[in-house]
Write a protein that binds this ligand. Structure first.
Ligand code: PLP
Length: 395
């Protein structure tokens, strides 16, 4: 039993590449070459050097004493919020821009929800002198204004997606449409473990540096590389993939994922894909998604732009399907409360996405000796307006 992708690009019954013919040549080339390119000595050296000197890796593993006291267990935070640009997204964009350079592409496109992936992509394009276009839902452009300004300052063109709920799904549709129209010169840097094979595996590998570090960091701190739990929020699933990657085949390490329940799972306004979803194809991949009986995608909802997506990556769909991962969910309000709490008791303002992972600690019934590692996927600067608006005492 393996939880890794198979040679056809599937994780159990999920995954694959369901793509229009115009993309066949690009995807086929990536499928045949992504592993070899990423394993070249000079590629690995460039990737490692940039992660160290430009991103600031390794990111710290921080024991959170007051959070631990409150929820039981020994809670460690993997500080991806301290990376350059403020989240885990930069790990993947560094890998993909090196890949784009290696295969001779000059034009980069990306989709973004909360803007963290857009900023990370705009950043690496500035670094490498490449043209950058970022598709972003018109609704998200309004709620994540600081990141829109950052992308523009970094030289990217931000293009609003105005269909559907004007969020991440719609931005992804627009990016795919662009790629179909400009396949020759363009590389599409997908921001999560979604999309056609090889993207889910490629992005997971670039993000796997997170759990590679956690293993030795935890050993230094506790004497063991193995925690009892790894916890992450899931939008598409890339920060979760990063922190679970090197623990997939350690059955004693329980994998816990947190989805966005929005206004409540039963409210009709949520993004709780694993509970409400069924198997289907979205953005080139067979996975779990929220859809009507006749296969129309249901518009998702979350206060958090980065989790406001109607699907999850095929790797996670498989982990959930096989029982390897357990899923909890957190509502908007629970996530807000968790963000206010972490700020007040640990002095760390997390991203609203990340707060969904923190919000389930109280539901896990932790025992005092249990070791928990949570991926602190990003920082909350971009969410200040939302935090202020929803807090009774800040104005
Ligand atoms: C994008 C984002 C997420 C959600 O995306 P995943 O691919 O599920 O990780 C979570 N946290 C932060 C800080 C993000 O920027």
């Amino acid at each position: 039993m393996t939880y890794q992708v198979d040679t056809n690009g599937f994780y159990g019954k999920f995954g694959g590449a369901f793509i229009p013919e115009m993309l066949y040549s690009n995807i086929d080339y990536l499928q045949k070459n992504y592993r070899q390119i990423a394993e070249l000595d000079n590629f690995k050296k460039d990737f490692d050097d940039l992660l160290r000197d430009y991103v600031g890796r390794p990111s710290p593993l921080y024991f959170a004493p007051r959070l631990s006291q409150k929820y039981g267990g020994k809670i460690y935070l993997k500080r991806e919020d301290l990376n350059h640009t403020g989240s885990h997204k930069i790990n993947n964009t560094i890998g993909q821009i090196l890949l784009a350079k290696h295969i001779g592409k000059t034009r980069i496109i990306a989709e973004t929800g909360a803007g963290q992936h857009g900023v990370a992509t705009a950043t690496v394009c500035a670094l490498m002198g490449m043209e950058c276009l970022v598709y972003m839902g018109a609704h998200d452009i309004k709620r994540q204004a600081p990141n829109v300004a950052r992308m523009k300052m970094l030289g990217a063109t931000v293009i609003p997606a105005t269909s559907g709920s004007q969020t991440l799904k719609d931005a992804t549709n627009e990016a795919i449409r662009d790629w179909i129209n400009h396949p020759e010169e363009t590389h599409y840097i997908i921001g999560s473990v979604v999309g056609p094979h090889p993207y889910p595996d490629m992005v997971a590998r670039f993000q796997s540096v997170i759990s590679e570090e956690v293993r030795w960091q935890l050993k230094e701190k506790t004497g063991s590389e193995l925690p009892d739990y790894v916890v992450a929020c899931v939008g598409g699933g890339s920060n979760a993939a990063g922190i679970i990657y090197h623990y997939l085949d350690d059955p004693s390490v329980k994998i816990v994922l947190s989805e966005a329940a929005g206004k409540g799972i039963e409210s009709g306004e949520s993004a709780a894909t694993s509970v409400l979803g069924s198997i289907g194809v979205i953005h080139g991949s067979k996975t779990m998604l929220m859809q009507t009986e006749d296969g129309q995608i249901i518009e998702p909802y979350s206060l958090s732009a980065g989790l406001d997506y109607p699907g999850i990556g095929p790797m996670h769909a498989h982990l959930i399907d096989t029982g390897r991962a357990q899923v909890y969910s957190a509502t908007d309000q629970e996530a807000l409360d968790a963000a206010y709490e972490l700020s007040a008791i640990e002095g760390i303002i997390p991203a609203l996405e990340t707060a969904h992972g923190l919000a389930i600690l109280g539901k896990m019934d932790l025992k005092s000796e249990e070791v928990v590692v949570i991926n602190l996927s990003g920082r909350g600067d971009k969410d200040l307006a939302t935090f202020i608006e929803n807090h009774p005492d800040i104005d």
